[in-house]
Design a protein around this ligand. Structure first.
Ligand code: OAD
Length: 257
């Protein structure tokens, strides 16, 4: 016997499944919440600290200039942490959706740097905040290299081209996104404007721009907009439909049909 909450959820899921069937293109935006059930800490957690650090001390260009050793120690720990985590059902639901829509009609834009979408099998992926397992030079144009290893404790690796310190290939607070990534997002939203577009955001607090504004770009293209999040996101009011709950449960349930 279903209670009222179950019935409401079922109605919302049926409605979402209906939109999904009718949609001809799907753009998804994910944030830290989608990885929470894999055991990755979100950013705006208890006390405003991120794994025990203030973000200004470890995730800004200024922090890196002031204390690159501390920043590398922090990122090495996060890299090491990736070894013990696995994608969760939310990630796999998005892989299934990519397969259903096909690569040309699906785009997954993620703010996550943990690589779990790729490990789950997503291909049509735009990692707008970079990759934890990537390294680039803090000064020259040396191409980013994939980097499975942590650097020895207390060291800052030098660039083999110019000698400047290497840095993790993530976007830090106060840095601009890669222009190619933004263009790719716009391109996808603008392609085949006549085709029905569904925009789905999941596990993101809507606090960080420009990602928080992607819902507005989608609305301007007459997309149907959905949000799945554990708590009320800052930009929740700008979505047509908001479903509160965990992405590891709701994403597979939304798309089971
Ligand atoms: P946040 O930590 O700001 O927000 C995560 C959201 O996920 C919160 O609103 C939680 O309520 C929600 N959440 C937690 N567990 C969930 C679950 N199991 N299912 C669904 N939702 C859940 O993370 P982001 O929005 O990703 O940027 O933050 C955006 C950016 O801020 C990050 O990419 C990072 C940070 O600054 C950079 O590093 C540049």
């Amino acid at each position: 016997m279903h209670d009222r909450v179950d019935d409401e959820l079922e109605t919302a899921l049926d409605r979402a499944a209906g939109f999904l069937r009718a949609a001809e293109r799907l753009a998804v935006l994910t944030g830290a919440g989608v990885s929470a059930e894999s055991g990755v800490a979100t950013f705006r957690g208890a006390g405003g600290l991120w794994e025990g650090h203030r973000v200004e001390d470890v995730a800004t260009p200024f922090a890196f200039e002031r204390d690159p050793t501390l920043v590398w120690r922090f990122y090495n720990a996060r890299r090491a942490g990736l070894r013990t985590i696995r994608p969760n059902p939310g990630h796999y639901a998005l892989v299934a959706l990519e397969e259903r829509f096909g690569p040309a009609r699906f785009a997954l834009v993620t703010q996550n740097v943990d690589g779990l979408h790729r490990r789950a099998g997503s291909h049509r992926l735009i990692e707008i905040h970079g990759r934890l397992l990537g390294t680039r030079c803090s000064r020259c144009e040396r191409p980013e290299t994939p980097d499975e290893t942590a650097y020895p404790e207390g060291t800052v690796p030098p660039c083999d081209r110019c000698g400047a310190p290497l840095r993790p290939a993530v976007v830090w607070f106060g840095e601009a996104l890669d222009a190619d990534h933004l263009e790719a997002v716009h391109d996808f939203l603008d392609r085949w404007r006549s085709k029905r577009l569904l925009f789905l955001a999941a596990g993101t607090s809507g606090a960080v721009w420009p990602a928080a504004g992607f819902v507005d770009l989608a609305r301007a293209r007459r997309a149907e907009t959905w949000l799945v999040n554990a708590e009320r996101a800052d930009n929740a009011g700008r979505f047509d439909h908001v479903r509160q709950g965990s992405s590891g449960t709701l994403l597979p349930a939304l798309f089971r049909e």
